[in-house]
Design a protein around this ligand. Structure first.
Ligand code: SF4
Length: 890
């Protein structure tokens, strides 16, 4: 990227004098004058970043393209982005760190000192995704659940501890410290920071990426960051920038202010519905207008968090007084706040409610009009009033069978009522509101029906302190919503088992249970494998529906409960006023909680007692069912590009999520994956969740497409996780079929509909497909992170033109797909020759396009993916000898 011919710097750094310090900075207002305020703030941040990180002609071209964006509001140009830090969680970091461990082996085999391979920037890992709600509604639930988590995951956790010792820059936040995005808000985010560069100290905006789709939450406090796949994060960790097309920026103008009764969750769900309706996939969203100033930073973070639900890369709120208030409330030093304010104001990054920069498109949302909403029963964008859940469930059309035993159970019982997720537990106002509902319910003598599984798992250990100080923790405990731990729990599909009455009623066919949660996703099976219907709502509404126990009850008209004396208790009797929330927030607040409670949680003795090796190479255990050296973390992995005729391994429809492709939830004890693990010594009753096995490629390959709700259209009535081996007509487990194709030298591809790979940012969804031998995925459209992950694994994503989706193609057994995509044929958004070779001899061409956005992605595909690329670069830099690729594909 360095231009050796560059003789002068068009965009020189300036001096930022502040409180006796002389720092370097990119003085955007001086460099760009009147043009700067025309750019959305997110593009000003990208401009600052590229000025620091690009050089020469590429930098000049990128700056010109960004300024030209002001005229058109869109651009095809690509720019480099170099974040300052990386955030990961235990289930995305484990595979990434396993890859790095295996890459160290590959380096050693190539004659290179393995300890040279280390991330080049800080990597913070939160161990938050594996906490399950085994114990609930009891005082010691947090301790019991934490003990259970550590016992179940100890091998993986030892590995994480090895990584934190062996790899410089990797820091682990142990179980119990909270949810990654809450930790980011409360502990890690600086908003404005310093970095050492060229022998000088620079003042720079805090910008980051995370291997989790809800990373944009931190945009609520003015930190630009977004979710990437684990593979993209690996490229950044090892010195390559992430390249992105200059994004379209959707301006969401907020006017008015939230009215009493409406909460940040209601706003986030409304934004999700509005933006999904106009389609903002892959675009940046920025909030502007006078309504922004009426929101606290905590409320903004809830809205920013749901960017993946509205389909955007990120949803940004610029820095202002509310940002500073948040930093102060969470214990940041006053000197730091002064620096944030001074930098943001001078750099042209301070929020102005009157400003209207250029946006690609704008929409307006009136905060006054936001009502009490929920979303469901299957998608977060399906917005409805809290009063309409019954009607939505009616539309599901579940006909209950009569059952004497379960006669006391409603048709749609609340099986799970969970105050969960970073989204809705990071803003103290939401938990205080839930506590106030609990207090009023307790005083009226209400109790949760026996079939409801209740829980509260805040993102921050500070929640216990402020709820206790506000006097609400006891009330939450009393109605069953006591704290069960600090982690993702129900939100990631770890709610633990359903209560026995609900389980039995489902088995009997009397009831179809519903999950009520303050999460962000509700795809069927996401929350629990046996729960297909879920509604997302605010924490206080979760408490109310938990008390009602019947998801069909219209709480706008019907009572939450009727007391033994016949008195009906309505939602209005429980709902807190705005003043009550404010009073209790003030009662509970103490900025000292955040640092102190995090420190105490970080000292987790169970975690620190886990022994871990201190060697540069990880000592793989051949008998392990948790950690195995993956075959793709090798320099010998070749490119999958080429000219070939492939059998479709799978044909799937629209909205295939990464949960369908690579499940995270509990491993069913009667599954083939369970048989595989039991044959290797595991206990069938304690197999943990698929997500906990992401360090073992053999398990994850078998888990690929293990989803009850996935329909493989290749042949009718295919059993779970099976497909058709076309040449023989046999129906077998998918990996067996993949293996047969591989042994016969046959290529395979996958065909899909719209939004392939939506949902979580899990790189195993791409790794699983690589292990199955899939060379290309042909889809009508791709979700952003999954597309990037496919490329990271060397798999070519091909965009099918409208009208040629899986249904229209009507692939019949024996049809093959011919693809001409050699290394020289691929360029960003290039046309790729695809022909359907029908079994009866007909040939049908399709005008497909490479879903490849940047030259860096082209290079990665040519090298076989991210890992071979990093290995080749490291071996070349350290004088090693790379072995030849083990296989050359046609
Ligand atoms: S969205 Fe849910 S699973 Fe993801 S980090 Fe937040 S709590 Fe965890």
């Amino acid at each position: 990227m360095e231009n050796t011919n560059e003789t002068r710097d068009d965009f020189p750094a300036a001096l930022f004098e502040f409180e006796g310090q002389s720092l370097r900075w990119m003085d955007l207002p001086t460099l760009f004058g009147d043009r700067l305020p025309c750019l959305p703030v997110v593009l000003r941040l990208l401009l600052e970043n590229l000025l620091r990180n690009m050089r020469g002609d590429e930098r000049r071209a990128a700056v010109a393209a960004l300024l030209a964006w002001i005229d058109t509001g869109t651009s095809e140009a690509e720019i480099a982005f170099q974040p300052g830090r990386v955030l990961m969680h235990d289930t995305t970091s484990t595979p990434a760190l396993v890859d790095i461990a295996a890459m160290r082996n590959a380096l050693a085999e190539a004659g290179v000192d393995p300890s040279v391979l280390n991330p080049g920037l800080p990597v913070d890992v939160s161990v938050d995704h594996s906490l399950a709600v085994e114990a609930f509604a009891q005082k010691n639930a947090p301790t019991l659940n934490l003990q259970h988590e550590i016992r179940r995951n100890q091998e993986r956790y030892r590995f994480l501890r090895w990584a934190s010792k062996a790899l410089t820059g990797v820091h682990i936040n142990p179980p119990g410290t909270g949810i990654m995005h809450t930790i980011n808000l409360e502990q890690l985010a600086t908003v404005v920071t310093t970095e050492e560069r060229d022998g000088a100290t620079w003042i720079v905006p805090d910008m980051m990426i995370g291997t989790d789709s809800h990373t944009p939450m931190v945009n609520g406090i003015g930190v630009l960051g977004w979710g990437v796949g684990g593979l993209e994060a690996q490229t950044v960790m090892f010195g390559m920038p992430t390249m992105l097309r200059i994004p379209d920026v959707i301006g969401v103008r907020l006017v008015g202010s939230l009215q009493p009764g409406s909460l940040a969750t209601d706003l986030a769900l409304t934004v999700t519905q509005r933006l999904r309706a106009i389609g903002v996939a892959g675009e940046f969203v920025e909030y502007f207008g006078p309504g922004v100033a009426t929101l606290t930073a905590g409320e903004r973070a809830v809205v920013a968090n749901m960017a993946p639900e509205y389909g955007a890369t990120t949803g940004y709120f610029a820095i202002d007084q509310s940002t500073l208030d948040y930093l102060r409330a969470t214990g940041r030093a006053e000197a730091h706040l002064r620096r944030v304010e001074a930098y943001a104001r001078r750099a042209g990054l301070w929020f102005d409610p009157e400003a209207t920069p250029r946006y690609t498109r704008t929409i307006e949302i009136d905060l006054d009009a936001i009502g009490m909403h929920v979303a469901g029963p299957r998608r977060p964008q399906d917005l409805l009033s809290y009063a309409d859940i019954g009607r939505a469930l009616d539309a599901v059309g579940f006909a209950a069978k009569a059952s004497v035993e379960a006669a006391a159970m409603p048709r749609h019982p609340v099986g799970i009522a969970a105050i969960t997720s970073c989204t809705n537990t990071s803003d103290p106002a939401l938990l205080i509101a839930a506590g106030l509902v609990a207090r009023k319910a307790r005083r009226l003598g209400l109790a949760v029906p026996h079939w409801v599984k209740t829980s509260m798992a805040p993102g921050s250990p500070a929640a216990a302190s402020y709820l206790e100080r506000a006097g609400l923790l006891d009330d939450l405990d009393a109605v069953g919503f006591g704290i069960v731990g600090y982690g993702c729990t129900t939100c990631i599909g770890n709610p633990g088992p359903l209560t026995e009455p609900v389980r039995q009623a489902q088995v009997d066919g009397h009831s179809k249970a519903v999950a009520i949660l303050s999460g962000n996703r509700n795809f069927p099976g996401r929350v629990h494998p046996d729960i297909e219907l879920s509604f997302i709502m605010s924490p206080p509404l979760v408490v109310a529906f938990g008390l009602a126990g019947d998801a069909e009850r219209d709480l706008s008209a019907q009572p939450v409960q009727t007391l033994p004396d016949g008195r009906a208790v309505h939602l209005a009797d429980l709902w807190p006023t705005r003043e009550e929330i404010a009073t209790h927030l003030a009662l509970g607040a103490d900025p000292a909680d955040y640092r102190r409670d995090f420190k105490i949680a970080s000292a987790n003795p169970l975690w620190h007692a886990l022994e871990a090796p201190s060697t540069p190479l990880f000592p793989w255990d051949a008998a392990s069912t948790a950690l195995r050296r993956p075959p793709f973390a090798a320099v010998t992995e070749g490119s999958l590009l080429g000219h070939y005729a492939a059998y479709p391994l799978m044909v799937v429809g629209d909205d295939i999520t990464t949960d369908h492709i690579s499940p995270a939830s509990a491993i069913p004890p009667d599954s083939l994956v369970a048989d595989f693990l039991v044959a290797r010594g595991d206990d069938r009753r304690d197999l943990n969740v698929f997500a906990s096995r992401r360090g073992n490629w053999e398990v994850m390959m078998r888990a690929a497409f293990h989803s009850k709700t996935l329909v493989n259209m290749l042949a009718p009535g295919l059993p779970l996780a099976h497909t058709l081996h076309v040449p023989s007509g046999d129906v077998q487990p998918i990996w067996d079929v993949a293996q047969r194709y591989r042994e016969a030298g046959d290529s395979v591809v996958l065909v899909a509909g719209e939004r392939y790979g939506t949902g979580s940012s899990r790189d195993w969804a791409a790794k699983g497909q690589r292990l199955l031998g899939i060379r290309a995925v042909l889809a009508l459209s791709f979700e952003r992170i999954h597309r990037s992950n496919l490329i990271g694994m060397g798999i070519l994503p091909l965009r099918l033109p409208a009208g040629t989706g899986p249904q229209a193609l009507a692939l019949a057994p024996g049809d093959r797909i011919e693809i001409t995509a050699g290394p020289a044929d691929i360029a960003p958004r290039a046309s790729v020759a695809v022909r359907v070779l029908r079994a009866d001899g007909r040939i049908e061409p399709i005008a497909a396009t490479a879903a490849v956005e940047t030259q860096l992605e082209v290079d990665l595909l040519r090298q076989g993916g991210v890992i071979p690329a990093i290995l080749k670069q490291t071996i070349a830099a350290h004088g090693g000898k790379a072995p030849e690729p083990a296989h050359a594909l046609a």
